[in-house]
Design a protein around this ligand. Structure first.
Ligand code: SF4
Ligand code: SF4
Length: 345
């Protein structure tokens, strides 16, 4: 009997769907063993088709994208119930990914930008799309939660396939491991166990005694990249030393520094903090003003550099969300007091 498999996307750019298609001929081989029962991007199955399956009837669901909307949450909960195994597929599902940077803004700011103040928006009153407002037009709109969550903050996840998007060799190996008679322990990130440097062809160019950096440069500022020297030694902020291996250093081979899409190594709680701490340890200065200058000039977007894929699962996000909750509670108390004062007058 073929094993039933589902694919689903949440807040996603579609790149992870392409990653499945990138399996090319292997996808045809895999279809000897699997039967796709749900894949909204590519095939005409409906939610009702999934609902009709018995619980656990799907062998594995591969879910990409961060969870940002109520309909996404409903579908992933349904897939969890129907699946023996749930795989967070790609950086957005694994760690929150690029859409997770939306968590740095509050819900109202996002709506204001997209519906009122954005440079390409024609201002038209204060209208906002809301699920209740949409009902008047007989349209169902999902609720926007105001923050993106990696899959494991919504449902239990059994395995992770990292990458933005996961390269074909990683997806293929992961599929083979899951279909084998001895799958890896639940919770495993199905990629390399060591840092990217361990598989990078430029690793040997690093001096054994270590090195320091006087200046960081962005790839767009560099007129010449030496293809035979570690990119980090050239001042490019390569996050390979703190990023999980498995991609075969694809970006490095294209002369671009690693931006960390494979996420942290086992045991690291906050990828961005680990990356920041590592790069900071390389700065060749003890002078505060000089360190600040090196950072300002070479790392103008620290959040985007260190948390491009991992913000929603980070400690920094927890602190930010707790701060927001406190500020909201404080504002509500103030408003209540103000209303009572007005009422008493
Ligand atoms: S992990 Fe990358 S490729 Fe996949 S959906 Fe997110 S942004 Fe797109
Ligand atoms: S720091 Fe980057 S370029 Fe240097 S060896 Fe590691 S992965 Fe390769």
């Amino acid at each position: 009997m073929k094993k039933k498999v589902a694919f689903y996307w949440c807040a996603s750019c579609g790149g992870c769907e392409e990653a499945v298609v990138d399996l090319a001929e292997f996808l045809l081989d895999a279809l000897e063993q699997i039967e796709i029962v749900f894949w909204p991007v590519a095939m005409d199955f409906k939610i009702e088709d999934v609902e009709q399956l018995t619980d656990g009837e799907i062998f594995a669901s591969f879910i990409n994208g961060a969870v940002l909307l109520s309909d996404q949450e409903e579908v992933v909960r349904l897939l969890r119930r129907k699946s023996q195994v749930v795989v967070a597929f790609g950086s957005c599902s694994h760690q929150g990914g690029v859409p997770g940077l939306i968590n740095t803004h509050d819900r109202q700011d996002v709506f204001d930008y997209y519906y009122h103040n954005g440079p390409t928006v024609q201002r038209n009153g204060n209208e906002m799309p809301t699920p209740t407002g949409a009902k008047a037009f007989h349209v169902a709109l999902p609720e926007y939660y105001g923050k993106a969550r990696p899959l494991n903050q919504v449902i239990e996840v059994d395995y992770y396939i990292p990458g933005c998007a996961p390269p074909p060799n990683v997806v293929k190996d992961a599929l083979l491991q899951l279909l084998s008679d001895s799958p890896p322990p639940r919770g495993t990130v199905l990629a390399g166990a060591h840092s990217l440097c361990s598989e990078c062809p430029l690793n040997e160019t690093k001096p054994p005694e270590g090195f320091k950096i006087k200046q960081f440069v962005r790839p767009s500022q560099v007129t010449h990249i030496d293809p035979d020297t570690c990119l980090l030694m050239q001042g490019l902020p390569c996050l390979g030393p703190v990023t999980r291996s498995g991609c075969n250093a694809l970006c490095i081979k294209g002369h671009m520094p690693c931006t960390g899409c494979f996420g942290p190594l086992d045991g690291v709680r906050d990828f961005g903090a680990a990356a920041l701490s590592f790069l900071a340890s390389l700065i060749d200065s003890n002078d505060e003003a000089e360190i600040q200058r090196i950072i300002d000039e070479g790392l103008p977007d620290p959040l985007g550099t260190f948390y491009m894929y991992s913000f929603p699962g980070s400690l920094l996000n927890e602190v930010l969300q707790k701060g927001r909750q406190k500020a909201r509670a404080w504002r509500e108390r103030e408003e209540t007091v103000e209303a009572q004062t007005t009422e008493n007058q």
